[in-house]
Design a protein around this ligand. Sequence first.
Ligand code: ATR
Length: 277
Amino acid sequence: MSMQPGPSRYVLFGHPVSHSWSPFIHGLFARQFDHVIDYKLCDVGPADFRRAVIDFFVEGGSGANVTLPHKPAAAEVVNELSARAERARAVNTIIRRSATELVGENTDGVGLVTDLVRNLGVAVTGSRLLILGAGGAVRGVLAPLLEQEPREVCIANRTPDRAQRLCSEFSDLGEVSACGFDDVDNRPWDIIVNATAASLAGDVPALPPRAVGPDTVCYDMAYGRGDTAFMRWAENRGSTRPCKGWGMLVEQAAESYLLWRGVRPETKPVLDALVRL
Ligand code: ATR
């Protein structure tokens, strides 16, 4: 009896992970190419993460995504890091060269930039860009944002020291300033990216009143059904362009798919399907 090879297996490691849209997104990507893939969720705590990754690949897994809280740990599990993942000190995509040769990449920043530039038509190049937050989410996207050569970049954080440390770390890629929310320049920014965890608690950083103007693109890296607290806040401040991270989610997934399978899926139909849900 001959053994039929099963579908290629992919997994998302996270904790928690049951809320994830990734199986849906990758399922739609696969259909575009008539690929047969099996994309599953794996909820694993920090103590068991390393073992779970190694077992998955030893047992023939083809590729993995990694989400909170494991992105920094994933950078320690792989054998090799891309330049981006090394900068980010975080991995969201693991590519298999062989069962014991795993490469870590970070597609979050490219996902954000692609969503801003291609999907939303926002010029990052030459813009005044304000980033809220200074945690892992910002570290993951900073290099691809700076590569677009914004005119001015400021990282504002509840704990200004943390923002300052990020600035120093990325200073070779461009000039970035750091401050607390109170000290943000009180003129309309072109783009404000919210990467604080505050939104999850329905909280919004207290920025000076004129930091948001009608044309300010207010992009919340968080997503979910309906408007986020940050989007509502932006609208109340007069922004006509509140956005959330659906597009970033789909674009980072498309980059993962490309790295795993050598083809980049079309993202628009998938984004449309997500928005309709
Ligand atoms: P992540 O990987 O999601 O970035 P993190 O490294 O814990 O997670 O960072 C969370 C970010 O959200 C930080 O910038 C944090 O500010 P501090 O550095 O001052 O802790 C920010 N944050 C969390 N809760 C917040 C709140 N209620 N108001 C403002 N900022 C908040």
